[in-house]
Design a protein around this ligand. Structure first.
Ligand SMILES: [Zn+2]
Length: 106
């Protein structure tokens, strides 16, 4: 199974791992951080073309034969200008100023 997955194109965007089976022209997306072995239970979709821009990290797949509908994404990088590597981190929002006003301040 792993050897089979290893034959696929694997792309990591900020949110997902994309697996492209270039032999069957099918792709699926699984959440980043999950085991690629789970891809067997993922939803695989047919694609008709794959376009990759190594300069920007953008890539996309055509969802129909006439290539009018595309699904696009960008590669996650390290360090990543898009998510800064904080995809899985919780966002901490400071309390409103009214709550801290008059309170102990550093
Ligand atoms: Zn990213």
């Amino acid at each position: 199974m792993l050897a089979y997955l290893g034959a696929m194109e694997r792309l990591e965007s900020c949110n997902s791992i994309w697996l492209l089976d270039e032999a069957l022209m099918q792709f699926c997306r699984i959440p980043r951080g999950s085991d690629p072995a789970n891809a067997v239970s993922a939803t695989w979709r047919r694609y008709y073309a794959f376009s990759d821009d190594p300069d920007t990290g953008a890539f996309r797949v055509a969802l129909d034969q006439t290539r009018t509908r595309w699904l696009s994404s960008c590669r996650h990088r390290d360090p990543c200008p898009r998510c800064a590597g904080e995809v899985t981190a919780e966002v901490v929002i400071p309390p409103p100023a009214a709550v801290t006003a008059g309170g102990p301040q550093a």
